[in-house]
Write a protein that binds this ligand. Structure first.
Ligand SMILES: *Cc1c(COP(=O)(O)O)cnc(C)c1O
Length: 428
């Protein structure tokens, strides 16, 4: 079956389909099937948009029924039953049990939309312009989000100066040689530092695109305390690390911090549909009606599946506890695989974990070997030096082990270690 039209008509800007040229026709759970019937194990999960796997049957049936009964599809921010249901279940299942009181804004359907809204709101509330973000951060591709992103290739794409922001070192940027926040603390306290007081600091708890650097909980706490003392807003970009990816619903829960603003998207619909939220403390709700707007905010199918996903996975601890066991299984497996390659280290947290290889070319080769073995696996980091292992959170323990074995074989093939005996147990 031809792939010619993709190459002749579609722009060079495409990226995933260049590494994975197969034509995927169907998908279910942790698998996608191509037009010619080949099944791929998906350890990519739509970059984190498919935390509950592909086409969860119960979520799919909700959409089918809704459409078949002429439910409203498009509604800007007009009120609909699915929007009511989404907000109510979000309040009951996600916010209240965590003692969180956030206003919910629908800023447009993508991750970069929620980041833009967060930056705009922080500037409006504080009357300050400057935003601080971290080395190797990724926050999206529109100009505001790019201005707080680290990657130089993506920044260059802006074509204009990216202003009103500066970068500060993420946790362990200097390998522990320089104490945390020494620069930030000093310049905030020194009226001669020449550094404008920022409106906000935006942070990912795990840098999904920037190499799976995971901040320590003490570091996140230290950051939140420092910003509070200086009356600077803390924005957590939980677009990728949130919705259970790191083990709890929000990735910052374990740190015991309460950010002023939280950006959520990717898996918030539970089904891979476009939806984003910007959450903020009620006292920050200074918007005027329509001051931030967008045609595609009220995605009713995404509201329906998102609300049902809260009920299915987060109404008690069952899912979170099962996930904790699988996180352990993943970590153990990856540690054993890293043991085959001298100098390889584990990066990340939860189901957003990977291996950083000492030779930056290795990760791309491992990912290519995985693809040959019918598995989708991405790379991450400024030199794509890290393999990024992101199975659906709903994956079975057997499929998880199967994927780990493919990563092990691929690592051995990519590093020319093919003779080494496997250390991984067969699927149990
Ligand atoms: C993916 C991502 C974004 C951007 O989301 P889009 O939907 O691609 O615009 C922003 N922040 C983080 C942390 C992300 O992983």
């Amino acid at each position: 079956m031809s792939t010619e039209i993709f190459e002749t008509r579609e722009s060079q800007v495409r990226s995933y389909s260049k590494n994975w040229p197969a034509v995927f026709e169907k998908a279910s759970g942790a698998y996608q099937t191509t037009e010619d019937g080949t099944r791929y194990l998906d350890f990519f999960s739509g970059a984190g948009a498919l935390n509950y796997g592909h086409n969860h049957p119960e979520l799919r049936d909700l959409i089918v029924d809704y459409v078949a009964n002429d439910g409203v599809t498009h509604s800007l921010d007009m009120n609909t039953p699915p929007k009511r249901r989404f907000l109510q279940t979000f309040e009951d299942i996600i916010l209240k049990p965590r003692n969180l009181d956030y206003k919910v804004m629908f800023p447009g359907p993508t991750g970069t939309n929620t980041v833009e809204a967060a930056l705009k709101l922080a500037r409006k509330v504080t009357g300050r312009q400057h935003i601080l973000s971290f080395t190797n951060a990724f926050h999206g591709m529109t100009l505001g989000a790019l201005s707080v992103t680290g990657n130089s290739m993506k920044r260059r794409g802006a074509g204009i100066p990216l202003t009103n922001s500066s970068k500060i070192p993420y946790d362990d940027y200097f390998d522990g040689d320089i104490p945390d926040f020494i620069w930030l603390e000093k310049v905030l306290e020194d009226s001669g530092s020449g550094v404008d007081k920022p409106a906000a600091v935006i942070v990912e708890t795990v840098q999904g695109e920037g190499g799976l650097n995971a901040a320590r909980m003490e570091w996140l706490k230290g950051l939140a305390d420092l910003l509070k003392r200086h009356n600077i807003l803390l924005i957590v970009d939980d677009v990728q690390a949130g919705c259970g990816r790191t083990g709890r619903f929000f990735s910052f829960e374990e740190a015991g911090i309460v950010p002023d603003i939280v950006c959520v998207s990717k898996s918030i619909s539970g089904y891979g549909l476009p939806l984003a939220l910007t959450l903020f403390k009620p006292e920050l709700d200074v918007w005027e009606g329509g001051e931030h707007n967008g045609t595609f905010r009220g995605n009713n199918m995404a509201f329906l599946t998102g609300a049902r996903a809260f009920e299915l996975f987060w109404s008690d601890d069952t899912f979170q506890n099962e996930l904790a066991d699988k996180i352990e299984q993943l970590r153990t497996g990856l540690e054993q695989i890293a043991g085959h390659v001298k100098g390889a280290t584990i990066r990340g947290r939860g189901f957003l974990t990977g291996i950083c290889y000492p030779n930056p070319d290795t990760a791309g080769k491992v990912a290519a070997e995985c693809y040959k073995r019918n598995m989708l696996l991405e790379t991450s980091g400024p030199q794509d030096e890290v393999i990024k292992v992101m199975p659906p959170l709903t994956i079975s323990s057997e499929d998880l082990q199967k994927g780990l074995q493919i990563i092990e074989e691929s690592t051995l093939a990519a590093t020319g270690n093919a003779g080494e005996p496997s250390r991984l147990r067969p699927p149990h």
